[in-house]
Design a protein around this ligand. Structure first.
Ligand code: NDP
Length: 280
């Protein structure tokens, strides 16, 4: 009998992660022997913990907050896309070498495609300018968006994001203050909410949504919120009231995991099983 596929997730904290249940459910459904552990490691301990796992020939792993940037110097290679995004969320052992990938960006793209949102020539507005926004800019520009505008409450944050990506992105990329959202919303075909403002733990989530000029969006625009707790965020609820197409953040979480699962195991991921495991 061959050894089980050994995987895990490094994070701090990591107890809340739904990745173990998602990957283990997928493996059970396919009859694959797979173990997926949680490695709760604070930043000062990451290097040593990763070294130990590499020495033990772990097959692959995920990274979550706050390790997605720090891991980049601890693996043997980082893909060009993950380098452009500046973050690695998935590491795969390939021919004995540990290669860092970013599956958040293609996960976002797949979740939009699954929802029937047209990305070719899309005019996208991204809210927020943190790591998730950066993955969105890279993923959506590679998927054929015509324009991507990044809006942030601190204008210098979206400017820095766009300046650092300008040479690696083909579409028109623009940074603007969140206070000027109306102007950009009027011509958008897709709004991507990539701030943490709509998390249910944030007391200001309703005020954040109320202040957005959702009424300025065209009737055919779609709205995605990356936050998945709650599934229907304050921004999605407002967009739905307006009759716009809405996409929740669970699809992105599912597809980033499904892409990783396929790279680790070589099996086609059972999406329905994985989706149910995330909801459970
Ligand atoms: P970061 O902390 O890197 O960035 C958060 C961004 O949100 C910053 O630009 C921050 O601005 C902005 N922000 C926070 N609160 C407000 C507010 N009230 N008004 C305006 N802007 C605000 O986080 P990430 O980019 O890593 O993640 C963002 C969210 O995306 C997370 O909450 C996470 O849940 C979700 N996510 C979902 C994924 C999925 O698979 N569905 C994958 C990755 C992330 P400032 O710096 O000024 O505070």
């Amino acid at each position: 009998m061959s050894d089980p596929i050994r995987l895990g997730i490094f994070g701090w904290p990591v107890a809340h992660s739904k990745s173990p249940q998602m990957h283990e459910a997928a493996a059970r459904a396919l009859g694959v022997d797979l173990r997926y552990e949680r490695f709760g490691v604070a930043p000062p301990g990451l290097q040593e913990s990763v070294r130990q796992q590499h020495e033990a020939a772990i097959d692959g792993y995920n990274l979550t907050v706050p390790h997605k940037e720090a891991i980049m110097t601890l693996v043997d290679e980082v893909t060009p896309a993950a380098q452009a995004i500046g973050a690695v969320n998935t590491v795969v052992r390939t021919d004995g070498r540990y290669v860092g990938h970013n599956t958040d960006a293609p996960g976002l793209v797949r979740s939009l495609e699954e929802a029937g949102v047209r990305l070719a020539e899309a005019r996208v507005v991204v809210l927020g300018a943190g790591g998730a926004a950066r993955a969105a800019v890279v993923g959506l520009s590679r998927a054929g968006a015509a324009d991507v505008t990044v809006l942030s409450r601190r204008p210098e944050q979206s400017e820095a994001l766009c300046n650092s990506l300008a040479k690696q992105i083909d579409c028109n990329l623009e940074a603007a203050p969140l206070s000027e959202a109306s102007w950009y919303f009027e011509t958008a075909t897709l709004l991507v909410q990539a701030t943490s403002a709509t998390l249910e733990s944030n007391a200001g989530a309703a005020d954040f949504a109320a202040a957005l000029p959702i009424d300025a969006l065209p009737a055919e625009a779609a709205v995605l919120d990356m936050v998945y707790e709650p599934l229907k965020t304050s921004v999605l609820a407002r967009a739905e009231q307006r009759g716009l197409a809405i996409v929740d953040g669970l699809g992105m979480l599912l597809h980033q995991g499904a892409i990783a699962f396929e790279m680790w195991t070589g099996f086609e991921p059972p999406l329905d099983v994985m989706r149910s495991a995330l909801k459970g």
